[in-house]
Write a protein that binds this ligand. Structure first.
Ligand code: G6P
Length: 610
């Protein structure tokens, strides 16, 4: 399809998680490097750790390094690179530490091509082993570099760039949004996407590609959305889009009417709601850590106990970990709030694996506990931010792959922590059935997100209450706790999570018709007893929002509002999915109360004081 800007249509297509950002352009008159630098700057609000640009002008020119964009620009003058076309990358490290070598663009053995990539190549290790055997020389630890060498290999057999790339994307497994320039094709940028976001932009004789609309919105608002497995060839007179079989496609040009700020939020009003919607994608990303987790588990020494240590939302993930490990792995598990750890650290024994869960990897209480634990036992950190302190100090590290989370209240990082915990437990006991079940979670979550309209409708009824209770048993107890924490954090309403069985030991005295109760009641062994608690609070006047199976007619008959889930979602898996409407409830009540949910008062994303 040669684009002339014929078809114009507004669109709100939203993309999932973006861990890195890629951009590229072919410009009619201006130099590419300064424009590329501006484009990647617009992606930096997510907090990146490396940056690089490659341009094509009498050969391939590359400048790249680790560090924030401004620091690297000051050191290297990235915008000095010559030429009117090029590609650029900002990296949020996932494979390999943030170093110059691991920064993109990556090249082949002879620096004939430059490539930027966002995504995860799951089979990179076997491809890399094979390429190394064949004599290819690698300069980084990244999964991305295999793509550059695979393209080189096909082209050395006489293939042209487009055919080589098409063949290579059939060889790689995983997700990618990528763009390539090659010394023998000085007027072309070629790229493709699968499961990672990539859009094209059409300016006035200028052409762009980017992971995300905000990167190029100031250059053009005319956007082409690529479908999964599309491949594009960009030249200075237009763009051709093809499907995976090489057939030319007619993708439309959409005109985006968002402001740049709206675009950063993917068209959503707040980062929090955007991040809530990213959760199915995030879980899918985290599930791709299976291989790494299996390798980690093989290296563990024998241990007889587990102790989870964390703060805030990460502590609620730890609570789920306790139930899961005790039920599935059959091992005794202790739980410690990081700020309380020092008071029980004395009893820690060297047959314990201490698991630290922390999104930021920097929370001061968690770091202090990690320092103490290291002296006595083996430590594992489950962390979202690569290169953070926890990743440097713990004996083992598992990454959650949620991508940068901007909203102060944790949402997508919570479900990615849970996913890691489930993967870890399943790997420890070789539970293939659980691994299969986990693959269904992104779809279950998508259905849970469909409750958004209902929650939006009911939220105004709760905006003026002063207290809210959340109850659940077993696996649903942490969900109740997390629902209450979300409410507290972003609505400033007093929310309290209880183990449902504890109601009778005190909290029941506080129940009345102006204290709504949220009951988490998935089908399973805790169901009937929690149903009993629902009846108890109802009898005292409470309006109960019930979360349960779509087939649960008894629960529905007790509910003031019923939030239904697919019946197949087991109690064990429910924490991953049942939490979604509770995040939405807190979000919409916060909006009703005119609070900015992204920046609640008195709270910080990362607490670096003890
Ligand atoms: C802060 C954040 C919470 C987070 C907690 C633990 O309080 O506001 O959202 O759950 O820290 O953070 P961590 O980075 O260690 O998971």
């Amino acid at each position: 399809m040669i684009i002339n800007g014929i078809l114009l249509k507004a669109s709100l297509e939203l993309f999932g998680e973006i861990m890195c950002g890629i951009v590229g352009c072919i410009l009619k008159e201006k130099k590419a490097a300064p424009v590329l630098l501006e484009c990647v700057r617009r992606l930096e609000y997510r907090g990146y750790d490396s940056v690089g640009i490659a341009t094509s002008s009498s050969g391939i020119n590359i400048k790249k390094d680790s560090g924030k964009i401004d620091e690297v620009q000051e050191r290297l003058q990235l915008d000095d690179l010559p030429g009117k076309m090029g590609i650029a990358h900002v990296r949020w490290a996932t494979h390999g530490l943030p170093t110059r070598e691991n920064s993109h663009p990556h090249t082949d053995c002879y620096n004939k091509l430059a490539l930027v990539h966002n995504g995860i190549i799951e089979n990179y290790q076997e491809l890399k082993d094979q390429l190394q055997e064949e004599g290819h020389h690698f300069s980084s630890d990244t999964d991305t570099e295999v793509i550059a060498h695979l393209v080189e290999k096909q082209m050395s057999k006489g293939m042209d760039l487009e055919d080589a790339l098409r063949l290579v994307i059939h060889q790689i497994k995983g997700s990618y949004a990528l763009a390539v320039i090659h010394v023998d094709y000085p007027n072309i940028i070629i790229g493709a996407r699968k499961e990672s976001p990539l859009i094209l932009g059409v300016g006035d004789g200028d052409y762009f590609l980017a992971s995300d609309v905000p990167a190029i919105l100031e250059e053009t608002n005319r956007i082409i959305y690529l479908d999964d497995e599309d491949l594009f060839v960009m030249k200075n007179d237009g763009i051709i889009v093809k499907d995976s079989q090489g057939r030319v496609k007619e993708n439309e040009i959409d005109v985006i009417s968002w402001s740049p700020e709206m675009a950063q939020k993917g068209g959503y009003d707040h980062f929090m709601i955007k991040e809530i919607h990213e959760q199915p994608e995030v879980v899918r990303n985290t599930l791709s850590e299976l291989h790494e987790i299996k390798k980690t588990v093989e290296n563990f020494s024998d241990f007889k106990r587990v102790c989870f240590v964390a703060c805030g939302t990460s502590f609620h993930a730890s609570m789920v970990g306790k139930y899961l490990f005790e039920e599935l792995v059959g091992i005794p598990v202790d739980l410690a709030l990081a700020s309380e750890f020092e008071f029980s650290a004395g009893a820690l024994t060297d047959d314990t694996l201490v698991i630290f869960i922390t999104q930021s990897g920097e929370t001061a209480d968690t770091m202090k506990a990690l320092e103490m634990a290291k002296e006595k036992a083996e430590t594992l950190a489950i962390v979202n931010v690569m290169g953070s302190r926890a990743t440097r100090e713990a004996d083992y590290v598992i990454y959650t792959r949620a991508g940068p989370e901007i909203g102060v209240a944790a949402t997508k990082t919570y479900v990615s922590q849970l996913t890691c915990i489930y993967l870890l437990a399943a790997c420890m006991v070789g539970d293939e059935k659980l691994l299969d079940e986990l693959k269904k979670v992104p779809d279950y979550m998508k259905t849970a997100l469909e409750k958004e309209e209902l929650i939006k409708e009911i939220s105004p009824h709760y905006k003026d209450v002063t207290d809210f209770f959340f109850i659940g048993r077993g696996f649903s107890y942490p969900t109740a706790m997390e629902g209450a924490l979300k409410l507290k954090e972003i609505t400033y309403i007093h929310g309290e999570g209880f183990a449902a069985g504890e109601l009778k030991h005190g909290p029941l005295a506080l129940i009345s018709d102006d204290v709504p109760v949220v009951a988490v009641v998935p089908p399973g062994k805790s169901h009937d007893r929690t149903m009993g608690n629902v009846k108890e609070v109802k009898a005292r006047g409470a309006r109960v929002i019930c979360l349960g199976s779509q087939n649960d007619v008894n629960l529905r008959s007790e509910a003031h509002y019923m939030i239904e889930f697919e019946d197949q979602i087991s109690e064990v898996l429910s924490p991953l999915i049942y939490v979604v409407p509770l995040q939405l409830l807190a979000y919409y009540i916060s909006v009703e109360r005119d609070i900015n949910p992204d920046q609640p008062k008195n709270l910080a994303k990362c607490v670096t004081v003890v």
